[in-house]
Design a protein around this ligand. Structure first.
Ligand SMILES: [Zn+2]
Length: 77
């Protein structure tokens, strides 16, 4: 019988220290705020696909499709 497991590998992402947005590893600048200050020390992920229909996204000021970390360097962003 085939067994399915959740992937344990982290996605190839780094978090912006300024705003918590997750950017792909090859990104030079944060796609959200333009910062170049990144860290690999992040936890949790929020993915907003349709911010216009998400009250949570509106609450935290997300207006476009992005991925954000919940914690960056141990701090909630
Ligand atoms: Zn940023």
């Amino acid at each position: 019988m085939a067994q399915r497991r959740a992937p344990t590998k982290r996605p190839p992402l780094k978090a912006c220290k300024g705003c918590g947005t997750l950017n792909y590893r090859d990104a030079q600048r944060c796609e959200s705020c333009g910062s170049t200050n990144f860290t690999d020390d992040w936890e949790g992920m929020i993915m907003v696909l349709r911010p216009e229909s998400s009250s949570l996204a509106q609450k935290v000021g997300i207006t476009k499709t992005i991925m954000r970390a919940i914690k960056v360097s141990g701090k909630i962003v």
